[in-house]
Write a protein that binds this ligand. Sequence first.
Ligand SMILES: NC(=O)c1ccc[n+]([C@@H]2O[C@H](COP(=O)([O-])OP(=O)(O)OC[C@H]3O[C@@H](n4cnc5c(N)ncnc54)[C@H](O)[C@@H]3O)[C@@H](O)[C@H]2O)c1
Length: 345
Amino acid sequence: MKVRWGVIGAGGIARRRTIPEVLRFAEKSAIIALMDVDREALSAAAAAFGIPRVHLTVEELLREDIDAVYIASPVAFHYTQTKQALEAGKHVLCEKPLALRVEEAEELLELAEKNNLKFGVAFMMRYNVYHERIKEFIDEGKLGQPVFARAQLTCFYPPIPGAWRQTKATGGGGALTDMGCHCVDLLEWFFGEIREVFGFLDTITHAYEVEDTSTVLLKFRNGAQGFVDNFFNVPDEAARNVLEVYGTKGAIVAQHTIGQDPGGEVWCLFLEEEKGYDALQKRVSSSWQKLELEPKPLYAREVDAMSAWILGGEKPRIGAEAGLRNMKVLAAIYRSAAEKRAVAV
Ligand SMILES: NC(=O)c1ccc[n+]([C@@H]2O[C@H](COP(=O)([O-])OP(=O)(O)OC[C@H]3O[C@@H](n4cnc5c(N)ncnc54)[C@H](O)[C@@H]3O)[C@@H](O)[C@H]2O)c1
């Protein structure tokens, strides 16, 4: 049995990644109807994927015989559309961020709970096989005591007339909101909750309102430190989207695992014991090993995990609480940047 999904906002990431992956790889999910306000985008997606049931309004889509909706519209619509779907008795997987404001996301979680509906956030990077293995390594203690982590996600995003990501009212924020959210989510998944943040957010290159330049220092509850860096002004080819995790017994260093593609390259160094002091401070080690895993489709896996939950299985690792938590951390970072001081989450 498959969960019947409708898609809200069929022309962007849904068209590029989520719909094709679900159609090709998902085992528990079927996409049977699409909605978009742009007639051309809607027809193009319908034709590309052979999904004939299409609508220009959310109300019409919700009258379809669907169990759940995947919301991939611009951020400013997430709150209202999620609310509409939950009120119509549909389960929801919403793209990040869940809403523009923390209070709105809180209200949505309460509504899902009250209506006994499943509600998730689309942090699909948690379904990268390398990230899953890194999480296992950390939990197994392979790194010893976790002490530091860095996550980078960066692209080149120049001013585009009408782009919803480039104003606060429609996108919520810039590089941090759009890309940093994934980095923060991954690092909290690996190390546990962040306790304190210090953000440097600026717009130094592009003529738009939101930040194109973002570096955030983090302090985790377990004592470890970290940072996430997100830029809209570094060429795509130059950004290796680095992920680094260090502990008292080793390190994991990755590139290109953070992002929309399912693969990446990962190297690990794990020592049996914490080292004694070595005055020579030898850096080169033959103990580094490349980790080789078979990539799996991120978007199909995130939707299937929601479907499994809807069908009575276990709750996926990206329930909407992760989306709310993420918004609280980001709100603290924006406050920190505005007040030029470290802020507790
Ligand atoms: N997880 C990821 O990999 C990933 C990647 C990109 C975007 N996103 C998220 O997906 C969402 C959409 O981003 P995008 O890059 O696809 O944007 P986009 O602008 O490329 O596409 C959005 C689509 O929504 C449609 N749309 C506009 N207003 C709408 C409305 N009121 N109701 C329904 N549809 C509407 C547009 O016509 C367009 O087809 C955002 O929340 C973004 O953060 C996630």
